[in-house]
Design a binder for this molecule. Sequence first.
Ligand SMILES: [Fe+2]
Length: 180
Amino acid sequence: MAYDLDQFISDCRSVLSRDPGPAGREEVRVRLERLLANPDFIEQHCGEHVPRGLKLLYEDPELKFQILAHNNDKARVSPPHDHGASWAIYGQATHYTDMIEWEREDDGGDPKHAKLKPAKTYRLNPGQAGIYQDGAIHSIDYPDYARFIRVTGTNLDRINRIRIDLKTGEVHQMTPQQAT
Ligand SMILES: [Fe+2]
């Protein structure tokens, strides 16, 4: 039987209760790729018939992690941003997402400015998942109709996060659901 959402949720629960750190999250990333290989899951949650928008597929009442379907219809380039004190795993469902992981060139001492340089650039194709540990800064760039599943350590709308204007280096606090 194909690996489905219920099995994924149950695996996330057992893995993250045992190891909520980077190694446990990596196990979640690998399992997310397994889930993305299930065509029924993709069709049901990210198929073309699914209306555009952000849909919460699951929130764990105890461990607080979330599984979200980002069903986009318009292309978008996000500014570099972090996920606050949380982590995020992006799993591509359809089309692709170009990722840039950024490094800070400054010492992080100025809360209003940041100087960034690209550290890693790659494309997530359908079935592939990337992980962004706490404090990591990345930006995403996807075409029309690109859809992805995102697993986050907690509800990101409840924590402080930053985005960085690449031209000016200005650091801004993010508002809920402003970016991914
Ligand atoms: Fe992100």
